[in-house]
Design a protein. Structure first.
Length: 331
């Protein structure tokens, strides 16, 4: 009928989904409780949810039904076969999305800086989850609205979202198997003469629990970087992750004394000696970490083919690089 508007069919707030997960408990989890090890193996599910599945007899480790407090050896096969109730309390919101690719299995988003990925206490609206639920209401049926990895609020760039439970399970397995390739562009303080690899276990900072740090008891983390461009007092790097620890690039670059430009947690503002007015203003006006997820590669859950996606630098980071290049030419 002319003039009519068809609204998407709302997803019921409570529904059930059959969930099947399988993986191998990593060697570094040896000695941990079963629920802890499974939370490490399946990070998209909370430890409390995993404990419920264990109690319900929906988990097998090494072919046996364990208790949550049992200890793992490492290397066992873990299987979760559960019927779960999905509750979606987050409100769909009409927030613009920069969609790089979309099909029946996945959505690839170019997230702008400043956009929070998941709702949290005190920040229930205006997030990527709220935007996704408006764009694709069926995502309410999936854990975390289909999001299988995340970017910090002030990190921009590519993020893949599963659109079906099968795609969600497949992408989680790929992340665990490290077949999802993520490349970042970042501006760091100081001039690096060559690329390299940083290996340093990452965990909570001993004094400040809100920060991460390279610590002996942390989780293994490996970061590869190569030089894209050098300026008078800064370097543009292309970074590839082997692991996906919280704040990994920011922590590792600070650890080698080349913190990410604009990082409010792991660095501080440094104005190079002799910098021109334009560069000084650009550095002082850049109020986030200069970190952008530029390339994303994965095995498509539907076709089984390797696919790659790219996202150009956001305007603020591109302008900062231009200011550095101009300053370098004029000095």
């Amino acid at each position: 009928m002319a003039g009519s508007i068809t609204q998407p069919c709302p997803v019921p707030p409570h529904m059930t989904q059959h969930l099947q997960l399988e993986g191998t408990i990593p060697a570094e989890a040896a000695g941990q409780r079963v629920d802890q090890a499974l939370a490490l193996l399946f990070p998209e599910h909370s430890r409390s949810r995993i404990q419920q599945w264990i109690q319900a007899g929906q988990v097998r480790v090494g072919g046996l039904r364990p208790r949550a407090k049992d200890r793992v050896l490492g290397g066992e096969t873990a299987v979760i076969d559960a019927v779960v109730e999905v509750t979606q309390d987050d409100r769909p919101q009409d927030i613009p999305l920069a969609i790089v690719h979309e099909d029946g299995q996945i959505i690839v988003i170019d997230k702008p800086p400043g956009l929070v990925v998941h709702p949290a206490v005190g920040n229930r609206e205006g997030t990527l989850v709220n935007a996704l639920l408006h764009h694709a209401p069926e995502l309410a049926r999936l854990p975390r609205a289909g999001i299988v990895h995340r970017l910090d609020k002030d990190t921009s760039g590519l993020l893949v979202v599963a659109r079906t439970l099968e795609a969600h399970t497949d992408l989680v397995r790929q992340l665990q198997a490290r077949t999802v390739h993520r490349e970042y562009l970042t501006l760091v303080q100081g001039v690096l003469v060559a690329g390299g690899t940083i290996e340093g276990d990452i965990g909570r900072h001993h004094q400040d629990r809100k920060r991460m740090a390279v610590v002996d008891e942390g989780k293994p983390a490996v970061t590869h970087y190569r030089v894209e461009a050098r300026y008078r007092a800064h370097t543009l790097l292309r970074v590839q992750l082997e692991t996906g620890r919280t704040h990994q690039i920011r922590v590792h670059m600070a650890h080698i004394r080349h913190p990410v430009v604009g990082d409010p947690v792991y660095g501080r503002l440094r104005i190079p000696a002799g910098a021109g007015t334009a560069l000084v203003e650009a550095l002082r006006g850049f109020r986030r970490q200069a970190l952008h997820a530029a390339r994303l590669g994965l095995i498509h859950p539907g076709s089984g083919e390797e696919v790659w996606f790219e996202a150009p630098l956001p305007e603020d980071m591109a302008a900062l690089i231009t200011a550095m290049a101009v300053d370098a030419r004029e000095r």
